[in-house]
Write a protein that binds this ligand. Structure first.
Ligand code: ATP
Length: 363
């Protein structure tokens, strides 16, 4: 097992474009670390630098305290599982799993190869498929073969690059649980790249959120959800996303589009002198006052629902709002900063599914 440390890592491509910009991360021994972010944010490049498939432009990469920037991939003892599994079609499952053990100078005796392959196959429930070719396996089984190849090597860490993105939704869910179970059992340091926030939130001990090559926040899933450090993380984590509502600050109150609310005690001083703020409200933080009696101190408002979506276990209501023209320039600035994600004209409420809210109704 291994501790992996990234110190001010940068990746610059020929044209001066910084795909990864000054990333520092401490991945603990046995930790499951997720790298997540929108397409092109640099997460794969970061992983490829760790495994040695990409040169590091500047910064230091350490494994167990040893600088490995210049170490060849094969000498880093890290096992990478790719999105397309990279299996050899002409080899059986057995030979695919055994492949890394038959490489290099320090050949392992065939008996030991066989033993390790059988153990890995057992763990991954592949024993009965050992003689098949990859073409005769399901996507999930192929995925397990790819993981088997990583396991037999006794690698110090697993590195996954979007391993589930080719699978259908059901299988993705199953494989996600399987990867989680396996990683907990083996307790092996794991770095996992995904753009799927469900994978990020369910698998990671910690999640590193990246944007445009820059690390935004690295924290436990709960901390990311409850205490995002900026609007990008707030809007990226959570589905449906957090609502952003513009508000004017007037004395001790916030003038939101549909209601005025007292400023919470703890941030009153911080907001002194500020005219416009963006209020982040999770959809589930807004409740249906007809279903549940509002607790003391709750801010009650009524709005017209535009569209509802009933999903059985939850119900979303989309509520349009018009902004005060005075907050427009702040909103436009926010929108530029969030690549068009900031300027919203509706907010989402996650209602109790038993609420009978009809579209066009006041709720
Ligand atoms: P995705 O989820 O789409 O795979 P990602 O977050 O993994 O995205 P990377 O593949 O790490 O993103 O790419 C980061 C940025 O670097 C992108 O803007 C990409 O276009 C750019 N990039 C990647 N490889 C090269 C290259 N060889 N030369 C120039 N630019 C590159």
């Amino acid at each position: 097992m291994a501790q992996i440390t990234l110190k001010n890592i940068c990746k610059e491509y020929g044209d001066g474009f910084k795909a990864v910009n000054d990333i520092s991360l401490d991945i603990a021994d046995g930790e499951f670390m997720i790298l997540v972010g929108p397409s092109g944010c640099g997460k794969s490049t970061t992983l490829r630098m760790v495994v040695g498939l990409e040169d590091i432009t500047s910064g230091d990469l350490e494994i167990d305290g040893r600088r490995v920037n210049d170490l060849a991939p094969k000498d880093r003892n890290l096992a990478m599982v790719f999105q397309n599994y990279a299996l050899y079609p002409h080899l059986s499952v057995r030979d695919n799993i055994a492949f890394p053990l038959r490489l290099g100078h320090n050949r392992i005796p065939e008996e030991e190869v066989d033993q390790r392959v059988r153990e890995a196959a057992e763990m991954l429930e592949l024993t009965e498929h050992l003689d098949r070719r990859p073409a005769n396996l399901s996507g999930g089984q192929r995925q397990r073969v790819a993981m088997g190849r990583a396991i037999v090597r006794d690698a110090d860490a697993f590195l996954f690059d979007e391993p589930l993105s080719n699978l259908d939704a059901k299988l993705r869910g199953q494989m996600r649980t399987e990867i989680a179970r396996l990683q907990r059992r083996l307790g092996i340091t794991t770095v996992y790249v995904t753009h799927d926030q469900t994978e990020a939130m369910t698998l990671g001990d910690r999640v590193a959120v990246m944007r445009k090559g820059v690390l935004q926040q690295c924290a436990s899933p709960r901390e990311l959800y409850e205490e995002p450090v900026n609007l990008f993380v707030a809007g990226f984590i959570g589905s449906p996303p957090m609502n952003f509502l513009p508000a004017r600050v007037r004395d001790d109150r916030l003038e939101l589009p549909m209601v005025s609310a007292p400023i919470p005690e703890g941030i009153r001083d911080e907001l002194k002198g500020t005219e416009v703020v963006v209020v982040g409200l999770r959809p589930e933080a807004i409740k249906d006052a007809e279903v549940r009696t509002p607790p003391a101190g709750a801010v009650v408002f009524s709005s017209t629902v535009d569209v509802t979506e009933w999903l059985g276990n939850e119900q979303y209501a989309y509520v349009p709002f018009a902004s005060d023209p005075a907050v427009q320039s702040t909103l436009e600035e926010l929108d530029r900063d969030l690549d068009g994600e900031g300027l919203r004209t509706q907010f989402i409420v996650n209602l109790d599914p038993s609420s009978h809210v009809l579209e066009g109704e006041e709720a």
